[in-house]
Design a protein around this ligand. Structure first.
Ligand code: KG4
Ligand code: ZN
Length: 337
């Protein structure tokens, strides 16, 4: 069975193709067109620009993926219906429906978040029961996955900014450009992560065990920068970057390990573009090693949004016996897992 996955929930138009055989997905094609450069001067993703870029990219990206995989048409189409930007999702869903009808192949509606977990099977094999920590510019989620073919349980999420969004906003504050995560990460290398004690959101005894909050941290960085200006001292950029990054990585990995321990699960999967962060990775490695937890992290190319993750999730769901979705299926921007 050959499955095409279509992803258009944010600023990446992704079309991936996998072959499902012997209980595993094999990657045949992975084509992504990104509109990230068009958003740079606005300091964040502009929904209208993303939608228009998807519209321009979707058909050529589908064509490139079919050529790369050497197929005329897949046996099934899986498409992200949510969560994501409303106008952006519409483009992928409309294309998926049109091609499903034209090619007479079944359509399967997918949840974007499940795709971030499923994609890891391409590199590291079948997925055991696991906790997944997804961190990107658009989401921050802690999930409990028992079976990729079945609904996933959400343990917690951010109550305000996504982790990657916090990186981008702090980077903007420090004039590092957009997207700011990679620049902040690079700057932090030369800094002291214990230099400034930035707050760890939602870690008090009465706070939700698995939820996150990053807006207080972002405000604390803004106050710190303002104080430097008032005192007439230069902002110690590298120390601010390292201390901020430490605060984010500390809370993310602490809660992920906590979830594994509470649920007695011994595998943690990371996903989303912000897992490229060197400190999130190294702290996750350290803490997993200490707790006896196996850490699985897809390579960066598969961590960011792409169509292969949707094709891979689709293959698992179809193999699990799911019925196709009707052509009337609607996109669901606020979809939960
Ligand atoms: O998954 P992704 O490519 O797109 C979505 O947001 O869906 O993730 C992009 C996010 C941006 O917020 C970017 O700043 C962040 O991931 N990011 C990083 C790093 N690389 C990318 N954040 C921190 N450190 C990095 N090295
Ligand atoms: Zn994503």
């Amino acid at each position: 069975m050959i499955v095409m996955g279509i992803e258009s929930s944010c600023d990446e138009t992704g079309v991936g193709i996998v072959r499902w055989s012997g209980g595993a997905a094999e990657l045949l094609a992975d084509e992504v067109a990104s509109s990230v450069d068009e958003h740079a001067r606005f300091g964040g993703v502009v929904p209208e620009i993303a939608s228009r870029a998807h519209l321009e990219a979707i058909v050529p990206t589908m064509r490139r993926a079919r050529e790369a995989a050497g197929i005329d048409r897949p046996d099934a189409i899986a498409v992200t219906i949510g969560p994501g930007l409303a106008g952006a999702l519409l483009v992928g869903v409309a294309a998926a429906k049109a091609y499903s009808l034209a090619w007479d192949v079944p359509l399967y509606a997918m949840n974007h978040l499940g795709g971030h977990v499923a994609v890891d099977t391409l590199e590291h094999g079948p997925m055991p029961e696991c906790v997944a920590l997804l961190v990107s510019g658009g989401h921050t989620h802690l999930l409990h996955v028992t079976d990729l073919a079945r609904p996933i349980a959400e343990l917690g999420t951010t109550v305000d900014d996504a982790a990657g969004e916090a990186f981008d906003k702090v980077a903007r504050l420090l004039d590092l450009g957009y997207p700011g995560g990679p620049a902040l990460d690079a700057l932090a290398v030369a800094g002291d992560r214990t230099a400034i004690a930035f707050p760890r959101g939602m870690t008090g005894p009465r706070d939700a065990r698995y939820d996150f909050s990053f807006s207080g941290l972002k405000t604390a960085v803004a106050r710190y920068v303002e104080k430097c200006a008032r005192d007439g001292v230069e902002v110690p950029l590298a120390d601010v970057a390292a201390s901020f990054q430490e605060a984010v990585a500390d809370v993310l990995t602490m809660k992920a390990i906590r979830a594994c321990t509470d649920l007695d699960v011994d595998t943690l999967v990371l996903g989303g573009g912000a897992t490229a962060n060197s400190r999130i990775r190294s702290l996750a490695e350290e803490r997993c090693a200490t707790a006896g937890i196996t850490l699985r992290v897809p390579k960066p190319r598969l961590c960011t949004d792409n169509g292969v993750m949707i094709a891979t999730l689709g293959a698992h769901v179809i193999a699990g016996g799911a019925q196709p979705s009707p052509l009337t299926v609607a996109s669901d921007p606020g979809m939960s897992v």
